[in-house]
Design a protein around this ligand. Structure first.
Ligand code: FNR
Ligand code: 8K6
Length: 347
């Protein structure tokens, strides 16, 4: 029984979702050379407009936030105009769509914007090479100065404003998966000894400044956040991170976010230092509307929502394999399995 997935949810005065199935943010590397969404992307998102909410693929807030080829941006007029076609097509089909705002921090590569350095909280490099571009090794970043951090906060706020101009219903700040914001929240990547590092109070400062700047620009009803309390991707866990996330979630409870979203690929994993799964940890420490994600079938998601483990479910890989995922679930039809071979084609 998946009926509960098809009950509407009121997030706040501005936003009510027609069902509880969110399309998870999914990087597809299909924007054009100017990082503008293409007509193919318009069609891809429009075909999935029956989701309660689409979260766009991660979209960079400025040129030096790029870490993968052909990821879209939202910092030029051409990019805003390209996204406007996507949001119009989704709205035409009675859908809703948020933009996921992204800066990859130390996972960025200057190859993409023709620079020569990368900035991050601290000069700690990530191992390895850019996916699909094996010749590009990651650089050791330079620690951002306080003035650069202030500029980043402003650039997130400006990107949020641009997203509204492009017709998005709101934004999800990408604070997960080892990218810039997440790098401030973990001891492996944050070794600063100024007001942005060294203690939980200091480590949550930049993430909260971004949240507050975005809220000030576009309103809390249209602002959401994704976080990864369990470091599992691009970053090494440290048990001291727990206190940072405890504080972050306490402080977020003083704000009114549209929702809080866990950043995880497999929510069945138990993390000792979180005393449970990511969704369980977030549920215990936050009063916000929670999005569960990570390896869920529709049936498992419906059970979890019935048991009040979270209110909304984000579906990632199955939405790549099934543009008609929502219809298939509603009609009790089988869904096609995901495989990585589906990634090179948008349909
Ligand atoms: C992702 N994921 C992801 N997460 C994110 O916050 N921003 C992004 O742009 C992407 N991009 C992305 C691309 C691809 C190809 C995959 C498979 C995943 C993670 C995604 O949102 C989700 O958390 C996971 O896929 C787990 O959910 P499923 O796939 O098990 O439903
Ligand atoms: C967020 C943008 C990422 C760009 C490409 C992402 C592709 C991800 C493909 C799957 C990666 C799985 C990583 C899972 C790690 C789990 C470790 C326990």
């Amino acid at each position: 029984m998946t009926d509960i997935l098809f009950t509407p949810v009121r997030l706040n005065e501005r936003l009510t979702l027609k069902n509880r199935i969110l399309m998870a943010p999914l990087t597809r590397c299909m924007a054009d050379e100017a990082l503008v969404p293409t007509q193919q992307m318009v069609d891809y998102y429009a075909r999935r407009a029956d989701a309660g909410l689409i979260i766009s693929e991660a979209t960079i807030i400025r040129a030096d936030g790029q870490g993968y080829p052909n990821t879209p941006g939202i910092f030029t007029q051409a990019q805003i105009a390209g996204w406007r076609k996507v949001t119009d097509a989704v709205h035409e089909k009675d859908g809703k769509i948020f933009a996921q705002l992204w800066h990859t921090g130390r996972v960025a590569h200057p190859h993409f914007w023709g620079g020569d350095e990368v900035i991050a909280p601290s000069a700690v490099g990530v191992d390895g090479t850019v996916p699909r571009m094996r010749e590009l090794s990651y650089l050791v970043p330079r620690a951002a100065t306080a003035a650069e951090i202030a500029q980043l906060v402003e650039d997130y706020a400006k990107a949020a404003e641009n997203a509204i101009e492009a017709g998005f219903d709101g934004v999800e700040i990408h604070g997960a998966n080892g990218y810039l914001i997440d790098e401030f929240l973990h001891y492996e990547t944050n070794k600063r000894d100024d007001e942005f590092g060294g203690s939980p109070e200091n480590m949550v400062r930049f993430p909260l400044q971004v949240v507050d700047a975005v809220i000030a620009r576009i309103g809390a009803e249209r602002t959401a956040l994704r976080v990864s309390p369990a470091a599992y991707f691009n970053i090494e866990p440290d048990t001291r991170d727990r206190a940072v996330f405890d504080l972050l979630l306490t402080k977020l409870d003083e704000r009114e976010l549209a929702y809080l979203h866990g950043g995880i690929f497999d929510d069945s994993v138990h993390y000792d230092y979180l005393d449970g799964k990511v969704s369980e940890y977030l549920r215990r420490h936050s009063r916000h509307t929670l999005v569960g994600v990570g390896g869920y079938t529709a049936e498992a998601a419906a059970d979890a929502i019935s048991e009040d483990k979270f209110e909304l479910i984000a579906i990632g890989r199955p939405f790549i394999a099934n543009h008609d995922y929502v219809v298939r679930v509603r009609e009790g039809k089988e869904t096609k399995p995901y495989s990585d071979e589906l990634l090179p084609v948008l349909y």
